[in-house]
Design a protein around this ligand. Structure first.
Ligand SMILES: [Mn+2]
Length: 314
């Protein structure tokens, strides 16, 4: 994809006051607030919805706190040797309109709004919100790219069925995305899964649909090299990437809805995200940051840095 007219001038910290958002909340990475997707190559989009959480609530405040913690992000990535703000026109698109009382209505709203963003030629980077927002995002992506290859960094597979008679929650989006054909058959990779499940049959869905799984235990043994071997199959296709912050160990990212011990460290997740560099990314998201459960804002700070690393993958 070719960059639009000109790259976004990335403001220096002192310029942060030039871009005050409403209520004094800064924008993502001090970028200009540009709610017009046609002016953007990459749109950073808040999705403040947590009506799909099954345990700890709070990720509706994720976009707000990640914006605040992203205030000190600088433009040059010395590891990947890239300045994403020079390469692409990137802006803070603002938050999507959601309905906090209805997951079905929220799904419709997200798909419609992202459809417009994609139609305007911008690639969406969504900041959740809980993981239930993945399904309507993928529905919009599917309209423009067809079935995509899929990489999920997460402690959980999110392939469970409904809860209490409701089909959708943050534990179900991948199941429906596969069943609706939004993800190309045999092209899904999940990294970081761990923790107890209800039974061995919880993996039946993944087996049936040939989802490749690298558990946290396997990652701790095989590292990024193991992941890179699996990525080889996905390189020729459009890829969608979803990052659930709970892939990181609660010692490093306590502010999340369903924490699982034995996860990745901050250094490991940085390394893992950077290893995804040469994929044909059509969009990505970062979800499940729950500020009310954070300590010293370390989860939002890590998320802000990971968001920057995601921009460096395009
Ligand atoms: Mn998840």
């Amino acid at each position: 994809m070719k960059a639009k007219k000109r790259a976004t001038p990335h403001p220096k910290p002192v310029d942060a006051l030039v871009y005050p958002r409403f209520s004094g909340i800064p924008t993502f990475m001090r970028l200009p607030h540009i709610p017009r997707a046609e002016e953007l190559d990459i749109a950073l989009i808040g999705v403040p919805f947590d009506g799909g959480t099954t345990y700890r609530p709070g990720p509706r405040f994720g976009p707000r706190n990640i914006r605040v913690q992203s205030a000190m992000i600088r433009p040059w990535n010395p590891v990947l040797k890239v300045n994403p703000f020079e390469k692409w026109r990137i802006g803070d698109f603002g938050d999507l309109s959601i309905n906090p009382l209805s997951i079905e209505d929220t799904y419709q709203r997200i798909t419609e709004q992202l459809d417009a963003v994609l139609r305007a030629g911008a690639r969406p980077v969504c900041v959740g919100g809980d993981h239930s927002i993945l399904l309507p995002i993928l529905r919009a992506v599917h309209k423009h790219h067809g079935p995509v290859a899929f990489v999920q960094l997460d402690a959980h597979g999110d392939t469970w069925g409904g809860y209490f008679g409701s089909p959708h929650s943050h534990g179900t989006p991948v199941k429906y995305a596969i069943e609706e054909g939004l993800i190309q058959k045999g092209s899904a990779l999940q990294v970081g899964l761990r923790g107890q499940v209800y039974g061995e049959e919880d993996f039946d869905f993944a087996r049936k649909h040939r989802i490749q799984i690298i558990t946290s235990e396997e990652f701790h043994r095989g590292g990024v090299d193991l992941v890179k071997r699996h990525l080889a199959r996905l390189r020729s296709r459009p890829v969608y990437l979803t990052l659930d912050i709970d892939v990181v160990d609660p010692a490093f990212a306590p502010g999340t809805g369903t924490p699982q011990v034995g996860g990745l460290s901050s250094a490991q997740i940085l390394d893992l995200v950077r290893s995804l560099k040469d994929l044909k990314l059509v969009g990505c998201d970062l979800v499940e940051v729950s500020p009310p459960y954070d300590n010293g804002e370390i989860t939002s700070l890590l998320a802000a840095n990971l968001l920057y690393e995601l921009l460096c993958l395009f």
